[in-house]
Ligand binder design. Structure first.
Ligand SMILES: Cc1cc2nc3c(=O)[nH]c(=O)nc-3n(C[C@H](O)[C@H](O)[C@H](O)COP(=O)(O)OP(=O)(O)OC[C@H]3O[C@@H](n4cnc5c(N)ncnc54)[C@H](O)[C@@H]3O)c2cc1C
Length: 427
């Protein structure tokens, strides 16, 4: 059964998109892709570009999941951070991961230009420090980015300079990355899907991939409620919603809910007063606040995570309270939209890419840091399916453990772990 988009600012401002039919009967193709978020749409697009016939299955609508609800701050790197990757993988591999992620931003710019995707792209990202410890961390990160990664376009904004750009006293400095950006994530995902269709991809909505299995030595059969896809390759991009379709992947990620509120339109002047350079902003806390202006002059503010899995607490109220902690001057402003979505965190916060069989690939574990990485991940999967797996395998070799505690205990264990990190934010 199709679920329409959750009510959000993005759904309300989405460009018209066709409602694709569900799959009925059998289709044959080179590659079946499951999940039409950015990862799935980008995989499909890049596979089609290489001349492969592609079928993309989406249980709900294109961009229904995290990709259509995201804070949409496009930033390089991975959620684990480069220092951790260095320790885990060694400097050479950590650098390869970094370079792919930077290419991810360039790829977004290229796709948006090439396919004329109208998605409110704005350059600029600021990572802010709330306390002296954060400032030291950001200075160390800046030195690392410049010295070890030759990453230019990033500089430190001391308090006074930052205060001229951001109308809040909460932050004492920021790392300003001119290469980072923000955008309308649902319109971007819809644009990628339309581009993939231009290249011949067949997209079926309201179609859940229920299961898959080998069909002879070299083919895979994907079962849906009213049909099946037979393909040479399968690419799983279902993120936290994949569930029982691929139980082997489930224990490596945990769904963590995060929430965003959108204010009523503030008018150009008032919006510009809040964030003068129109950059996206996030702080460096573990439970972080992230916010930006929208094209129609709202503030979009995300700032609450829920590790418990309980949906009963007042997420819009809690998120608004966090917004007012940053911008108390918005007390009179009405919240017009509030929505949430799940991010797919891995235990080590590194992305989880790999194969379940020689012809079954998967992309998951973006850990809340997937807007840019999902797109380039789709390109890496297309390279691998076409026989050049070197870049995909850099990621596929990253080791991942299951969340401890088994099905019953893993969420309580995570809640305890997160309590520790939240306490650390307060120090
Ligand atoms: C509220 C929120 C804020 C975020 N903010 C940021 C941010 O500021 N910056 C950043 O970099 N990242 C952010 N993220 C994370 C980022 O949005 C995600 O990493 C990224 O969008 C994941 O894309 P995806 O394609 O892997 O998954 P999704 O977009 O979730 O797509 C998966 C799709 O697969 C479909 N599906 C699943 N199983 C099946 C099946 N069996 N059959 C058919 N279809 C199936 C689902 O319906 C869904 O549409 C945020 C996420 C959320 C939720």
């Amino acid at each position: 059964m199709r679920s329409d988009y959750v009510t959000s600012y993005y759904a309300a401002s989405a460009h018209p998109a066709p409602e694709r039919s569900s799959l009925a009967g059998r289709v044959d193709c080179d590659v079946c892709v499951v999940g039409a978020g950015i990862a799935g749409c980008s995989s499909a697009l890049h596979l089609a570009e290489r001349g492969l016939s592609v079928v993309l299955l989406e249980e709900h609508r294109v961009g229904w999941g995290a990709s259509g609800r995201s804070g949409a701050q496009a930033i390089p790197g991975v959620a684990a951070g480069q220092a951790k990757l260095n320790r885990m993988l060694g400097p050479a591999t950590a650098r390869q991961v970094w370079e792919v992620s930077v290419e991810g931003l360039a790829l977004m710019r290229e796709l948006i230009a090439r396919f004329r995707i109208d998605c409110d792209w704005v350059d600029g990202h600021m990572l802010t420090a709330v306390k002296a410890r954060h400032e030291r961390e950001l200075q160390a990160e800046l030195a690392e980015l410049r010295d070890q990664y030759d990453y230019s376009g990033v500089h430190y904004l001391p308090r006074e300079e930052l205060r001229a750009l951001l109308a809040t006293d909460r932050y004492i400095g920021a790392l300003y990355d001119t290469n980072g950006a923000h955008l309308h994530p649902l319109n971007y995902t819809l644009g990628l899907a339309a581009a993939a269709e231009q290249l011949g991809v067949r997209i079926f909505e309201s179609t859940r991939a229920l299961s898959f299995g080998a069909q002879g030595a070299e083919r895979v059969r994907v079962a849906t409620a009213h049909g099946e896809v037979r393909a040479r390759f399968l690419v799983l991009c279902g993120n936290v919603y994949l569930g029982a379709t691929a139980p082997e992947l489930r224990d490596k990620i945990m769904a963590v809910a995060t929430y965003i509120v959108a204010t009523e339109p503030l008018g150009g002047d008032r919006a510009r007063q809040l964030i003068a350079n129109n950059a996206a902003v996030a702080d460096v806390n573990w439970v972080l606040d992230y916010f930006r202006r929208s094209a129609d002059h709202r503030l979009l503010f995300g700032g609450r995570v829920n590790y418990s899995g309980l949906r009963t607490f007042d997420a819009p109220g809690a998120t608004r309270a966090r917004m007012l902690r940053v911008f108390p001057q918005l007390r009179d402003v009405r919240i017009e939209y509030a929505w949430g979505g799940d991010v797919d965190i891995t235990l080590n916060r590194a992305p989880h890419f790999g194969r379940l069989a020689p012809n079954v690939y998967f992309l998951q574990g973006f850990s809340g840091h997937g807007i840019a990485l999902t797109g380039i991940a789709g390109k890496l999967v297309a390279e691998a399916v076409s026989g050049t797996a070197a870049r995909f395998d850099v990621f596929a070799r990253i080791p991942h453990a299951n969340f401890p505690g088994g099905a019953a205990m893993r969420r309580p264990a995570l809640v305890l772990a997160m309590l520790w990190y939240r306490l650390r934010d307060l120090l």
